[in-house]
Write a protein that binds this ligand. Structure first.
Ligand code: G6Q
Length: 546
């Protein structure tokens, strides 16, 4: 039986018809005037997050069609398949069970009949003992001194999560230990990260699921050389200054790290879904096991909400459906994530990977090409800074850019009126985007006629506002799980595999061919395109190579 195309589903067709009837201007103003209950009705709350989506370009009919769409693509079945540990990552034949990383003891998640929750808690226990030893200064370096700086070496999913979490939760971090992160193969990254550090007091956490990633292995090798140079060349120092986080014990041992100092995870954890696995070791050392447990509890609370809440009150489902509406039906190619919380400054970069690596796909699960846009470009910076730079384009440019505003009601640093000023800006931006300013309003302010078009704001730019009480480890866990499950919802609607990343794999092999061509002492036989050949020759010649 031929598969029914998403674009042929009744709900999809209904949504397209509704989009065609939306006027280009003034619609949200009209909706808010005609429907006083809208602001209350288009909200939902769970796990400490209050989600206001009333400024999205939707009405009851559009929302009903979006919820029908979720039914028609059998979203509930997809969620249950994931939670049952089915191999829903079909192209890699893997289960997708990051929810098990935050399961409570006694929760039931299994892969091939093996209780993975017990394994998760065993690793968490080892991480906690290790983290406490570093924090308490009882884990000693080779020269007998405590560790004062932890350097995480990893890239992609093995870096963006740890960096984001450290920045987000640095308010809770121990001052006894410093944290640095190395990801790029550009030697500058390593050189700057270790600048001023004493090898005798430095611990490297080599974080790599595969332990074969070129950049990470290059940085880890350079780190080992740097350590040994600083410790009189005694190879025994590696055991006190290197630990590994990986699924690949054989490669960890081959690198020279004792597997007793390895913290494992599993192939059912995707890199971009791994910040709450052992990949979070640096996070746990920074904030301590108790705060890490609170982070996991926040994740779990959102997981249970996603699993149990009806779709019309389910935050990740609603958010995911709105992304589908904006990206695929209203054809908005990008979306901005704008945290009004300086501690979340790396959150947009984290979400960029989570979303774009997951849903940057053009092929359906059945191998056919999609016939609608899928994952939007995700980008953003913290407010209020962004207001003084790129918001101009959101307000008055030619593209409609849906925005997520994120903000804490209470600050972690209560300084004068700063928090009120911050929140006032956030609310004012969302208001201005939604309602704009008409030519009549601009004229009524006495603006010269020739300036009116320049000072008019079209409005009808959709946004959601996500409010939370204050940024705690639990809030962060809930926020990340909220976006993880939104991304899942989007992928389920689009019928794509959100859990593979062949585009990333391509990058991992391509450079391998050119590397020796750049360095070989004799002229290489180049058979790339003419441009690549010429660039390689130019670099070689500038390096005085034949
Ligand atoms: C994430 C991706 C990718 C991955 C990195 C690092 O989902 O697969 O970003 O995390 O390429 O891979 P390793 O952890 O194997 O070094």
């Amino acid at each position: 039986m031929p598969t029914i195309r998403l674009t042929d589903l009744p709900a999809w067709r209904a949504l397209e018809a509704r989009r065609r009837t939306l006027p280009p201007r003034g619609w949200l103003r009209g909706q808010f005037t005609a429907d006083p209950g809208r602001a209350e009705r288009f909200t939902a709350e769970a796990a400490g997050l209050f989600f206001d989506f009333s400024k999205q370009r939707i009405d009851d009919g559009i929302l009903r069609d979006l919820l029908d769409l979720a039914e028609q693509v059998r979203l509930r079945d997809r969620i249950e398949a994931m939670l049952r540990g089915e191999r829903i990552n079909a192209t890699e034949q893997r289960p997708v069970l990051h929810v098990a990383l935050r399961a409570a003891k006694g929760d039931a998640y299994a892969v091939d009949g093996v209780d993975v929750v017990a394994e998760v808690h065993e690793v968490l226990g080892r991480m906690a003992r290790f983290a406490e030893a570093i924090r308490a200064g009882t884990w000693l370096g080779h020269g007998g001194r405590p560790i004062r700086t932890v350097v995480n070496i990893g890239i992609g999913g093995s870096d963006l999560g740890p960096v984001m979490a450290f920045e987000a939760l640095r308010h809770y971090a121990t001052p006894a230990v410093g944290f640095r992160f190395v990801s790029n193969v550009d030697g500058t990254d390593f050189a700057e990260a270790v600048a001023g550090l004493d090898p005798a007091e430095t611990l490297f956490v080599v974080s790599s699921k595969t332990f074969t990633t070129q950049e990470t292995m290059a940085n880890a090798t350079t780190a080992r050389d740097w350590l040994l140079a600083g410790c009189g060349g005694d190879a025994a120092a590696v055991a006190r200054h290197f630990v590994a986080v990986s699924t690949n014990a054989a490669e960890v041992a081959r690198f020279g790290i004792d597997t007793a100092n390895m913290f494992g995870f599993w192939d059912w954890v995707g890199g971009r879904y791994s910040m709450d696995s052992a990949i979070g070791l640096s996070t746990m050392i920074a904030i301590g096991p108790e705060h890490f447990a609170a982070l996991l509890a926040g994740f779990r609370e959102m997981d249970l909400h996603f699993r149990d809440a009806p779709f019309d009150r389910n935050l990740p489902v609603l958010h995911g459906l709105l992304v589908v509406w904006n990206a695929s039906i209203c054809l908005a190619p990008t979306m901005a994530v704008l945290p009004y919380d300086q501690y979340l400054k790396r959150f947009p970069a984290y979400l960029q990977q989570l979303s774009m690596e997951s849903n940057g796909k053009r092929v359906c699960l059945d191998g056919t090409l999609v016939d609608h846009p899928t994952g939007p470009v995700v980008w953003g910076e913290p407010g209020t800074n962004g207001q003084h730079s790129f918001y101009q384009l959101i307000h008055q440019g030619t593209q409609r850019i849906p925005c997520d505003f994120l903000g804490a009601i209470h600050p972690l640093h209560a300084l004068g009126r700063h928090q009120s000023m911050l929140l006032a800006n956030m609310l004012a931006q969302a208001e201005a985007l939604a309602f704009g300013k008409t030519a009549e309003e601009v004229s009524a302010e006495g603006t010269a006629a020739r300036l009116v078009p320049h000072r008019e704001f079209p409005g009808d730019i959709p946004s959601s506002t996500i409010l939370y009480d204050r940024l705690t480890p639990a809030t962060l866990g809930a926020l990340v799980a909220f976006y993880e499950h939104s991304v899942f919802t989007q992928g389920a609607v689009w019928g794509i595999n959100s859990f593979d990343q062949w585009g990333v794999e391509l990058g991992k092999v391509l450079a391998g061919r050119i590397l020796p061509e750049l360095d070989s002492p004799s002229p290489p036989a180049l058979d790339h395109d003419a441009s690549t050949n010429a660039l390689i020759r130019r670099i070689r010649s500038a390096r005085n190579l034949p």
